[in-house]
Design a protein around this ligand. Structure first.
Ligand SMILES: *Cc1c(COP(=O)(O)O)cnc(C)c1O
Length: 299
């Protein structure tokens, strides 16, 4: 029998999130990749074989300058020698930071910059500029039908964790950018309550009984951070030894902790850590503010 090549991540206890009625766990999809966030590793699991099979003359990737997806695809498209251009929304007057720096490091010379005004037309601009070729355009977040099968491995993998741990998770907490990952999860675990923290105001998240959608109560704008976000990064680092990213998972974990208490959630609850911690690279001064001066080496 062929070895199961579907992405698999472990689940372990998250004791600092427990309440009198709720036992908490975390799924470590962040461990699926160092340079590529977990939710993207899953999407690429079916998207990449499609791209390799179809042998497009050119691949266009749409995304923001600090997008985890643009950074992830730059890596796997380069590795697989597939011809591509990143069409990135970014303000060139501003210095590159974090993910943006890493993306440029990988894809220098393969980036077409788009202004905010051009961005709405990005897909048609790309098709127009590349009309001589057989082009495949990957939308923001790689949220395209070819990524679906890969994204669906999350639900199946949770059922596998349940079997291994002999636990039934009655509540699952997940973050959403485009909402693609959350929607495939909702499809795959029909009988569980799924709490979706909608970080980028996606309209696409499935409304259903057993699905609850929230906007972050703190720093709600996508990519915005504040003291609450950095406190959560520091808290999980110290109490659980888990690194969170400020854009997605710090807000997810903070909301999860509040919701578990406020709604007096009962039973076993699972938080999906989707990864993305590489973006911490762009925030080193915020991290400095979380490290007390006594613990800094004296130079
Ligand atoms: C891309 C990403 C998401 C959002 O995934 P969607 O399928 O677009 O909702 C969440 N968390 C991390 C860390 C990501 O990289």
């Amino acid at each position: 029998m062929a070895r199961d090549s579907r992405p698999h991540s472990r689940v372990h206890r998250l004791p600092s999130f427990d309440t009198a009625t709720c036992f908490c766990w975390v799924k470590r999809d962040d461990e699926l990749g160092f340079g590529i966030s977990g939710s993207k590793v899953r999407k690429y699991h079916s998207l990449l074989p499609f791209l390799l099979r179809e042998r497009f003359e050119h691949i266009v990737v749409l995304g923001g300058i600090n997008s985890n997806n643009a950074l992830g695809l730059a890596q796997i498209l380069t590795e697989n020698r597939l011809p591509f251009t990143l069409y990135l929304r970014g303000d060139l007057a501003r210095a590159l930071q974090g993910n943006g720096k890493l993306t440029v490091l990988i894809a220098q010379g393969k980036i077409r910059w788009l202004s905010g005004a051009e961005w709405k037309l990005a897909a048609s601009i790309a098709r127009e500029e590349r009309k001589e070729k057989r082009v495949f355009v990957i939308p923001e977040g790689a949220s395209c039908p070819q990524a679906r099968e890969g994204a669906l491995t999350l639900a199946a993998d949770i059922l596998k964790n349940e079997e291994q741990l002999k636990v039934q998770f009655s509540h699952i907490f997940v973050d959403a950018g485009t909402g693609f990952t959350a929607n495939t999860l909702i499809e795959g675990v029909a009988e569980k309550t799924v709490h979706v923290i909608n970080l980028a105001k996606s309209q696409a998240i499935m409304q259903r009984e057993n699905v609850k959608i929230y906007r972050p109560r703190s720093a709600p704008s996508f990519g915005a951070t504040n003291r609450v976000v950095w406190n959560e990064v520091a808290r999980l680092a110290k109490e659980e030894g888990i690194l969170l990213d400020p854009v997605y998972t710090a807000k997810l974990f903070y909301e999860t902790r509040c919701i578990i208490k406020e709604q007096k959630i009962e039973g076993d609850a699972l938080v999906i850590h989707s990864g993305g911690a590489l973006s911490l690279l762009g925030f080193s001064s915020f991290l400095d503010s979380k490290i007390s001066s006594v613990e800094k080496p004296l130079l």
